[in-house]
Design a protein around this ligand. Structure first.
Ligand code: F6P
Length: 537
C-alpha cells in the first residue's frame, strides 16, 4: 500500500487542488465533524482512492489503541502503560469503575488525587488556605517541558474563564525567567508549585531552590507556600515538602500528556474545578470518538493520515500550525513537544531503523501575526509547507465582534489564497496601466502566486474548556496514530538524554572548576570566550 501511495504522487503532481473542487461534494466528503468540531481537509491534494489507501495503513491502530486504553504496557522501551486517557475517564464513569495496572486500581488513585486537588483549589480560591501575608494572589508554576507547556498553554487559552489567583510559569534555567516573574510578586501571598515528574530535572530544581531562597530572604517559611507535583515522592521529601503538600501521579502518565492530571493544578487554580472538569470532558469526548468511530470518520485518524500524506508521500518536511486565536499562541510550542518528542525518532519498535522515517518538523505562530512574518514563504517560497489553521466561530469579546470578523476573514482568506494563487496573466493585468511594456513581465513575475498549496482548517464553536480539551486530545491521538503507522514508540524520549548528560559535565567547566574531557576544539574555544568575558578579559 505504501508503494502504491508513493506511485500515486505523480498523479498528484499533475493535478491542481482546485480541480478537485469540480466535484460538488468535495467540501463535505473531505471534512468531518464530531461534537461541534469541524475538520476540513478538502483543500489538500488527496483524492478518494488515495484516502482509502491511507486508511489501509491504519490496520494496527485499533488493536494498539485498545491496548493503550486497557492499560497494557505499550510504552515498551520504558516498560510502562500509557494512560493519560484514564485521567479523563472518570468524567464518564460510574464511581465504582476500575482500571487495574500491575495489581493497582489506577482509577482509585486518580479519584483520590482529583479529590485532593479540588479541595486544595477550593481552599486557595476561597482564601481558606492562606500564605504568610494572607490570601494567595499569585501562583508560580516551576516546571519545564510537559510540566510547563500544557498548563502554561491552557491557562493562557482559557483566560476568559480564569477567576482564581494569577498564574505565572517559570521554565528556563536562564535566571532571567525566574527573576522577571518574581519581580513585582509579593512572596507572602505567592504559592510556588514545583511541577516535575522526576523531581530531578536540572532547570526545575535550580529554579525551585532559587525561589526557596527568595522566600527565605523575606523570612518566610517557604514550606508553608510550596507544593509539589511529582511521581518521585522520595525526592519531594528530600526537598523538604511535606507529603500532604505533594500531588503524586504514576509513571503511566507521560510528561507531554500530563496536563490532564496533577500537572494541571495551576489550570484548576485559575479556572476552578468546574472549568477543569469541562476540560476533562472535552478530552473524554474525543477519546470516545477516537475509540468508536470507523477510520474513515475518525478525526484523529484522518488528521494523522493527512499529515502522513504530506510528509511521507508529498515530501513536505515541515508542517505549520497557525491558530487564529491569540490565546492559543502557545499551542504551537505545546504541539512541538507533543509531536516532535513523541515521533521525532529514527528507530522502530523492532529496534531497527524506521523504514519510512519518523515525524515531521512542526512549527507555528498565531494568525494574523504570522501573516506579517513568514507567510511570504508559505505563499511564494520554494518549499511547500502544509498549513493547519485553527479558528473559532465566535470570540469572547462581545463588544469587539468586528475584530473577530476580521480574524475569521483573514483565516479563510489565507487558506483560499494558498489554494488559488495568482497567475502571471492576472499579475500583468494588475500592472499594465502603470508600468512600461518592457517592465511588465519582470515585475509581474514577483506578483505571481503558484497556489495549489495545501492546508486544513480545524473550526470550533468558541474556545471553551470543553473545546480546548477536545483539541488537545485530538492532537494526542493524531500523534499516536502517526506513531503506529510509522512503527515507532511515541511514548519514550531517549533523544533528550545525551544533551542532559553533557550539560551536567559542562556545568563545572563553565564555572571554571574543571576541564571537560574529549571536547572538540570548537566547544573549547567557546568556553575560552565565555571565561575570557567572565574574567573581564
Ligand atoms: O517533569 P520532569 O521530570 O521535570 O521532566 C520535564 C520534561 O523533561 C523531559 O523529560 C525531556 O527533557 C520531558 O519529557 C518532560 O516533560
Amino acid at each position: 500500500m505504501w508503494n502504491s501511495l508513493q506511485d500515486s504522487r505523480k498523479k498528484t503532481e499533475e493535478r491542481k487542488i482546485a480541480a478537485l473542487f469540480e466535484d460538488a461534494n468535495r467540501a463535505t466528503d473531505f471534512s468531518i465533524q464530531t461534537d461541534g468540531l469541524l475538520l476540513d481537509y478538502s483543500k489538500t491534494n488527496l483524492d478518494t482512492d488515495q484516502r482509502a489507501a491511507l486508511i489501509a495503513l491504519t490496520k494496527d491502530v485499533g488493536p494498539r489503541r485498545d491496548a493503550m486504553f486497557r492499560g497494557e504496557k505499550i510504552n515498551e522501551t520504558e516498560g510502562r502503560a500509557v494512560l493519560h486517557t484514564a485521567l479523563r475517564q472518570l468524567e464518564g464513569s460510574t464511581t465504582d469503575a476500575t482500571l487495574v495496572v500491575d495489581g493497582t486500581d489506577i482509577l482509585a488513585e486518580v479519584r483520590e488525587v482529583y479529590d485532593r486537588m479540588r479541595v486544595f483549589a477550593h481552599h486557595i480560591r476561597s482564601g481558606a488556605w492562606q500564605g504568610e501575608g494572607g490570601r494567595v494572589t499569585d501562583v508560580v508554576n516551576i516546571g519545564i517541558g510537559g510540566s510547563d507547556l500544557g498548563p502554561a498553554m491552557a491557562v493562557l487559552a482559557l483566560a476568559p474563564y480564569a477567576d482564581g489567583p494569577k498564574c505565572h510559569f517559570v521554565s528556563n534555567v536562564d535566571g532571567a525567567d525566574l527573576q522577571d516573574t518574581l519581580q513585582g510578586l509579593n512572596p507572602k501571598t505567592t504559592l510556588i508549585v514545583v511541577a516535575s515528574k522526576t523531581f530531578t530535572t536540572q532547570e526545575t530544581m535550580m529554579n525551585a531552590h532559587t525561589a526557596l531562597q527568595w522566600m527565605q530572604g523575606e523570612c518566610i517559611d517557604p514550606m508553608r507556600q510550596f507544593v509539589a507535583i511529582s511521581s518521585a515522592l522520595d525526592q519531594t521529601k528530600v526537598f523538604g515538602i511535606a507529603d500532604e503538600n505533594v500531588f503524586g501521579f504514576g509513571n503511566w502518565i507521560g510528561g507531554r500528556y500530563s496536563v490532564w492530571g496533577p500537572i494541571g493544578l495551576s489550570l484548576m487554580l485559575a479556572i476552578g474545578p468546574g472549568g477543569f472538569a469541562d476540560f476533562l470532558k472535552g478530552g473524554l469526548a474525543m477519546d470516545q470518538h477516537f475509540s468508536s468511530a470507523p477510520p474513515e470518520q475518525n478525526m484523529p485518524v484522518l488528521l494523522a493520515l493527512v499529515g502522513l500524506w504530506h510528509h511521507k508521500f508529498c515530501g513536505y518536511a515541515t508542517r505549520a500550525v497557525i491558530p487564529y486565536e491569540h490565546r492559543l499562541r502557545r499551542l504551537p510550542a505545546y504541539l512541538q513537544q507533543l509531536e516532535m518528542e513523541s515521533n521525532g525518532k529514527g528507530v522502530g519498535l523492532d529496534g531497527k531503523s524506521l523504514l519510512h522515517g519518523g515525524g515531521p518538523v512542526v512549527w507555528g505562530e498565531p494568525g494574523t501575526n504570522g501573516q506579517h512574518a513568514f507567510f511570504q514563504l508559505l505563499h511564494q517560497g520554494c518549499d511547500v509547507v502544509p498549513v493547519e489553521f485553527l479558528i473559532g466561530a465566535k470570540g469572547h469579546e462581545v463588544d469587539l465582534t468586528h475584530h473577530h470578523e476580521a480574524l475569521v476573514a483573514n483565516c479563510l482568506a489565507q487558506s483560499e489564497a494558498l489554494l488559488r494563487g495568482r497567475t502571471l496573466g492576472k499579475a500583468r493585468n494588475m500592472l499594465k496601466d502603470n508600468v512600461s511594456d518592457g517592465d511588465v513581465n519582470r515585475l509581474a513575475s514577483h506578483r505571481v502566486f503558484s497556489g495549489n498549496r495545501p492546508s486544513i482548517t480545524l473550526a470550533y464553536p468558541k474556545l471553551s474548556p470543553f473545546v480546548l480539551g477536545q483539541i488537545i486530545a485530538l492532537y494526542e491521538h493524531r500523534v499516536f496514530v502517526e506513531g503506529v503507522v510509522l512503527g515507532l514508540n511515541s511514548f519514550d524520549q531517549w533523544g533528550v538524554e545525551l544533551g542532559k548528560e553533557l550539560a551536567s559535565e559542562f556545568i563545572p567547566a563553565v564555572a571554571g572548576k574543571s576541564s571537560p574531557e574529549n571536547t572538540t576544539a570548537s566547544t573549547q574555544s567557546l568556553l575560552d570566550y565565555v571565561h575570557g568575558h567572565r574574567n573581564g578579559r
